[in-house]
Design a protein. Structure first.
Length: 174
């Protein structure tokens, strides 16, 4: 993976790119980087998400689509990623309401509401996805299939599935 890869975070800072390159130079296995990137791409296709982030267990951004540096560092995003990674469970949320009691008082307009899903990848990191809420929520069945796929993919340490192999695995999950 290089910074010329079109899915690689276009909005990544030079420091972030150097951090990833330094990991490569230190012998860090980028298997999880490609797995996370491939899983992110497949998850975007399956959910209709228009924004996504793949990050490792330390919340280092591996790849990002349509999110700028400020959004990548937002407290809500990083907190949700931490929860998904720590619990090993998918997180489903929105970008407006943090507490149920605050729901009537949100100042986010309907056009700006986004449905958020985070898929943990055991031992690897997580994939964050979001899309406008006016497109509907992401189906629970799709989220469950993506979680199963992430678990299967993470368990397969010897070979790294390509995006097409992940798609085939996804289609076989019931």
């Amino acid at each position: 993976m290089t910074s010329n890869d079109p899915i690689f975070s276009i909005n990544a800072s030079p420091a972030k790119i150097n951090e990833i390159e330094n990991h490569e130079q230190q012998g860090w296995q980028l298997m999880n980087a490609s797995l996370l990137t491939n899983l992110m791409q497949l998850a975007m296709q399956q959910t209709g998400a228009d924004r996504a982030v793949a990050c490792d267990n330390n919340l280092a951004v591996i790849a990002a689509v349509n999110l700028d540096q400020e959004e990548l560092l937002a407290e809500q995003l990083t907190n949700l990623l931490r929860v998904a990674i720590a619990k090993g469970e998918a997180v489903v949320a929105n970008n407006a309401v943090k507490e149920a009691a605050d729901a009537p008082h949100t100042k986010t307009s309907y056009d700006n509401l986004r449905g958020i899903v985070i898929i943990p990848v055991p031992g690897q990191g997580a994939v964050y996805l979001d899309r406008p809420l006016k497109q509907g929520i992401i189906a629970k069945s799709v989220v469950n299939k993506l979680v199963k796929l992430a678990r299967q993919s993470a368990q397969n340490n010897q070979t790294e599935p390509t995006e097409s192999q992940l798609k085939e695995m996804y289609q076989q999950i019931s």
